[in-house]
Design a protein around this ligand. Structure first.
Ligand SMILES: O=C(CO)[C@@H](O)[C@H](O)COP(=O)(O)O
Ligand SMILES: [Co+2]
Length: 231
């Protein structure tokens, strides 16, 4: 199934993942084409249920619509209370990586296993206020950890530096684990996140506030690449 796409995400090395949360949803296909033309290698999709987070976005029909129009890997960030209820429908819609929140489930090992059994990557996300100890039981059972650098729910928030120490700690203990950071990533913050050892950088506002996505991505890539001490 889609695990080949997971390998392509991993092999892409450090990469910027545009979060579509702040794109022009009235022109979704053209937005994806613009991002693709600008060199995007993976798309980040924020699914919110109005329950786990106080915001509501989109679900399977939009993911399936995107899947019909792009071959880019789809990294689905599920900010929902019952990730297992929607895991198979999301995979059927075309997700390649399903990331659920540790705060939403009672047994992250079981949820990760069930997601992997669907043939896609399993990611585990953690909010800034949640103790890292909650991740521990599942760290050997997931394909990626998503360290939130804002409280999940909204784009355009300020970067919380607590994420940097979390990335550093995870990187030193798990040299090969795919690490993603999400929230408030921009020209001023991406270098420190790379330096901490992060692999995947989700970016919303810092791309969609620009008229030229190519210019925005080039600037972010340069800031990321010039960070010292990268993995
Ligand atoms: O998951 C989320 C928000 O909960 C993100 O993916 C945001 O969409 C990132 O947006 P910026 O912080 O870059 O504006
Ligand atoms: Co996200």
């Amino acid at each position: 199934m889609n695990r080949a796409k997971l390998d392509s995400i991993r092999d892409a090395g450090p990469a910027i993942l545009p979060s579509l949360l702040q794109c022009d949803f009235g022109n979704l296909q053209s937005e994806v084409e613009r991002l693709s033309d600008a060199g995007t290698s993976v798309l980040h999709l924020d699914v919110m249920d109005g329950h786990f987070v106080p915001n509501l976005t989109y679900g399977m029909p939009v993911v399936a619509g995107l899947r019909r129009h792009t071959n880019l890997p789809l990294d689905v960030h599920m900010m929902i209370s019952d990730p297992l209820a929607y895991a198979k429908p999301m995979v059927d819609a075309g997700a390649d990586m399903l990331t659920f929140h540790v705060e939403a489930v009672s047994d992250a090992v079981d949820v990760a296993g069930q997601i992997r059994d669907l043939g896609v990557g399993a990611g585990l996300a953690i909010n800034p206020d949640t103790p890292m100890s909650q991740l521990e039981p599942a760290l050997d059972c997931v394909d990626m950890v998503l360290v939130m650098s804002v409280q999940a729910g909204f784009g355009g928030q300020s970067f919380n530096p607590v994420a940097l120490q979390r990335i550093r700690d995870l990187r030193s203990r798990y040299p090969d684990l795919l690490l993603e950071i999400d929230g408030g990533i921009n020209l001023a913050t991406i270098g420190a996140a790379r330096q901490a050892g992060c692999d995947l950088f989700v970016v919303g506002s810092a791309i969609f506030s620009s008229d030229d996505y190519g210019v925005a991505l080039a600037g972010l890539n340069e800031a990321m690449a010039s960070a010292q001490g990268a993995k």
